[in-house]
Design a protein around this ligand. Structure first.
Ligand SMILES: [Zn+2]
Length: 256
């Protein structure tokens, strides 16, 4: 019985399998992704703060460093007429249980793949980290929250031009190689620089995402490591060959 204890601990430490809404587990891809989404653990409740209510459509909890920069970003946006509206946070930290309900709420396809295009399976959402949020804008002008129409709004253009100054980058740009739907509303916080308070932790959590599926726009873009060019050594032509000697001998003969 005692011998089983380490095994049980190991099982408990293994991230939960992503679940489809019918309770079946999603087979993980060889790189650990589920339906394209990378795995993320849930932030401890005590590590989150509630952002001021006037900044959010509904309760928004984030890591304190992200919340502080969000506050600065929204204040800057409010003072810029180019935004043509007011920016708000509308979805911030999501617990595993909440992510499950978000994932299953809308389309009820059996495969789960359709849902995963717009919502990550539980255990695979950036929202679990407490560093990611969804923005929306008011007045909505007929554009529902978390819809592509947000990309046509001046507020979105403002985010693209300015959000990186506040440490936010767009996780799922158009045509991303990750295979996740373009989400102009979804941004993650990585700090304005690697040395900003809290940035190291956020950048550690998002290291794989940033390396393999770059955000756009990105903060402090991760340098792309270009492999050195392959240097081919070309052998010098032989100084003289038997063929050339033969040719010369024939030439000499003809001249005689
Ligand atoms: Zn989101």
């Amino acid at each position: 019985m005692r011998a089983r204890f380490p095994l049980l601990l190991l099982i408990a430490a293994t991230p939960a399998q992503a679940q489809l809404c019918n309770g079946n587990s999603i087979p993980l891809q060889p790189d650990g992704r589920a339906l394209g989404h990378l795995p993320y653990g849930d932030a401890a409740p005590g590590s989150l703060v509630t952002v001021p209510t006037e900044l959010a459509i509904s309760t928004c909890r984030l890591r304190p460093e992200a919340a502080a920069d969000l506050q600065r970003l929204i204040a800057a946006a409010a003072g810029d007429r180019a935004v043509e509206g007011l920016l708000y946070a509308f979805s911030c930290h999501r617990s595993l249980a909440y992510q499950q309900s978000t994932f299953c709420r809308t389309r009820q396809s059996d495969s789960g793949a359709d849902r995963a295009i717009s919502a990550a399976p539980p255990g695979h959402s950036e929202h679990a980290t407490g560093y990611a949020l969804d923005f929306t804008v008011r007045p909505a002008d007929g554009c529902p929250d978390a819809e592509a129409c947000m990309a046509a709004k001046p507020a979105f253009r403002w985010l693209v031009a300015n959000a990186p100054r506040f440490g936010f980058e767009m996780s799922f740009p158009a045509g991303n190689k990750q295979g996740v739907k373009w989400e102009p509303w979804h941004w993650r916080w990585v700090g304005t620089s690697a040395t900003a308070p809290g940035a190291a932790r956020a950048r550690f959590l998002f290291a794989r995402a940033r390396r393999d599926f770059a955000a756009d726009p990105a903060v402090d873009p991760v340098p792309v490591i270009v492999p050195p060019p392959v240097v081919r050594t070309i052998d010098p032509p032989p100084a003289d060959t038997g063929k050339r000697k033969k040719k010369q001998r024939r030439k000499d003969k003809a001249e005689r």
